[in-house]
Design a binder for this molecule. Sequence first.
Ligand SMILES: [Mn+2]
Length: 413
Amino acid sequence: MDRTFYMGNRKSLYDTLAPGSMVVMYSGHAPRKTADEPYPFFADRSFVYMTGVTKENIIFTAVKTDSGVEETMFILPPDAHAERWNGARIKAHEAEEISGVTKYRYVKEFGAYLKGLATSGKIDTVCLDFDKYFENEEPREAFVLAKIIMKEYPYLNLKNIHKTIANIRTIKKPCEIEAMRVAESINKEGIINMMKASKPGMYEYQYKAVWDYTLMQHGVLSPMFPSIISAGKNNFCIHYYDYLGKAQDGDMILNDVGSVWDFCGTDVSRGWPCNGKFTDKQKVLYECAYETSNYMFSILKPGFKMAEVDATAKEYNAKLLREVGVLGKDEDPGKLIWHGGAHHVGFDTHDVVDVAGKAIEPGMVFCVDVGIYCEEWGIGFRLEDNCLITENGCENLSKDVPRSIEEIESIMA
Ligand SMILES: [Mn+2]
């Protein structure tokens, strides 16, 4: 991404703030895994969305006054010993090239910098991304700072900018869409490679190896999210990560995977018979999912209520399943349809967006996920694509990943 993207994102944030506001954002730190080994570091995605910087323990601040906005990034100081072991730390000119932020200090100066501002009368509000997901999670840096501010500078207001950032992240910029297109082309290659390699007796981890290999060949060192790749009855676990099962002749393979490019993620699911030939029962169920997905892409457009996407897909899918006699007239569709999946994708797989109660708008990208799980027949799979909303309708960004029975069978022949 060009730095003008990050500068534009920050400007959108500043436009929502009153003079006297100070923004503080953290890249985060990796939790400890075991012994002296931390988990691999993964920078906070809102921090990356605003700065492009992906290094650990970096702080970004912006102070808005009547005369403008002053941005400062706090980086780690040079440390020959630490850098010999763990690699070079980011330098000011490198961070400037990426982010467009021009003023730099070292992290250890942050406390004094904050004190100077807090006691100068220049700021009255500190704006933090209070991002909390799990009840018992370790408090993120924003919560730690908030505690300090309440104790040391109780006259300052605290403002939560989580929803504001989510709102800015909701509509994708053209460069994000272009990055997603690159990721989708890698998805296509990876999924076709898995389809071509597929055969009875193949282990789930062998499918995963094909997928990971394809991504690595494109310099995508890690997929967007932990890949879900399963065979047969394991497909009935929606978030399955064991990879130890073996495809038996007649099994369906399910995968729910996504590549990423320039931080922009994708999330695509396909299902196929491991032997390359759909049985009659697999065809009946697959056609229902396929028709439902096609129907959704034919109706989604600006103005459609976001909250109704999943319900509409479920209703249509249930209608088809009833028509073919798989679902009884009075049976609950929940028997076969276990989930929706209309989540937005972007810098996060389940993207941080603000769409509650809102209508669909151009530039939104979300998944259309149609899953059918028929335990009685031992067949479960999902068909998930990435829907970009356009001015007049929508576009299926993952349409080139084989979707129809004919396409899948001909690739696997
Ligand atoms: Mn999904």
